[in-house]
Design a protein around this ligand. Sequence first.
Ligand code: TGC
Ligand code: FAD
Length: 387
Amino acid sequence: MSASNPLDFYSVGALLSDDERLIRDTVGRFVDREVTPIIAECFAAERFPAELVPRLAELGLFGATLDGYGCSGLGYTAYGVICEELERGDSSVRSCVSVQSSLVMGAIFACGSEEQRSRWLPALARGEKLGCFALTEAHGGSDPGRMRTRARRQGADWRLNGAKHWITNGALADVAVVWATTEDGVNAFLVEKGTAGFETRVIKNKLSLRASSTAELAFADVTVPDSARLPKANGLKAALRCLDDARFGIAWGACGAARACIDTVLRYTQSRELFGRPLSHTQLIQSRLADSVRKLSGAQLIAWRLAKLKESGVATTAQTSLAKWNNVRAALDIARDCRDMLGAAGITLDLSPMRHMLNLETVITYEGTESIHELIVGRELTGQSAF
Ligand code: TGC
Ligand code: FAD
């Protein structure tokens, strides 16, 4: 074995600050000790490991980039390494942190009143409350601008009617950030669990992200006060802005899933003997491993550069889209090829690549499908929207 690190071929780790390396190693140890040992069982049982929520909070991983309100105030590179380490364990754990941090806390931080921020952000940071982000509807998640969930003024209150589909943590959440059309355009409302007329139903039999809880939400004449409306969430733009931060986390997270797959196959092919020699001595296996490391390296460099652009406040939506698209596509291709290099052993939950591969089928779909991100980049290049 050469001295180079196949899981960090271009030494992106050396570009991290001491603090960022410490965060990476701390979260990495948490994943090795507390996520990896239980996650295959959770995936098999279709169980979200809620017992990890207090630990994620203790480590300061909820709302990590936010300042104040009990949040850690970290930079985007640190948030990226957190997502990468968590997704090395399982996409469902990174998903839980992405939703709570970028989508729920991010929306309340950016669009909420001071009262809403003070009430919700510390509790969400401590993991005492869980949130969900309800944008997608059953008739077409790619085109949220045509949402049918509607909020109408009713004196001092608002009355919500409609339904949301495919909502991560929807049935577990204490508070849902619900996007709805009003006569003044799209607005967002904080709807608390238990509000009359608000019902949830867990979506069963998913073949992907099975350790994450996904739900349908229904609103039948749900009445909330005006103080539940996020005052600065004016227009679809406010929702899409939150998505950019979550898509950034996914671009890093995908590298973690890819690393786990390559790591597994490197070990396996060194010990597996076929035709009188280890599999890793064959040209085709070496070529496939080299191709996986090529794809991972490109993804890691894009993720790192995007973090720097975000920290300078100049990252564009199209740059974020290209990173999400490229890195998830790379990770999915790597996971599929790694699964194959394990032969029959690769189809069980004992080794992680097929679990990662199945999870990545969701990751390539949510937060904007691959085609949507290609079209966002295409629009940037040509100035023409082809949606
Ligand atoms: P369009 O005309 O392009 O935009 C409307 C307004 O929004 C602005 N905008 C953005 N602003 C900030 N960040 C972004 N990413 C933005 N994208 C657009 C835009 O400038 C415009 O502003 P203005 O001032 O001109 O009004 O809107 P469109 O209706 O044509 O749609 C464009 C499209 C297709 C890109 C958008 O609808 C889209 O991104 N669709 C994909 C939907 C999606 O990603 N949904 C994700 C749901 S949440 C989720 O999946 C969570 S998974 C959770 C987990 O991690 O577990
Ligand atoms: P559709 O929009 O119906 O797309 C179907 C196909 O058509 C795709 O291949 C798409 O790329 C393609 N397509 C769409 N438009 C075009 C076009 N103009 N040109 C060419 N091709 C096109 N949403 C939330 O709001 N909150 C959540 O927490 C959340 N969590 C999720 C968790 C899971 C496990 C999953 C699977 C989804 C989750 N989603 C969530 C929903 C997710 O964001 C949507 O599934 C996604 O945006 C795609 O929408 P859709 O499934 O309706 O597909």
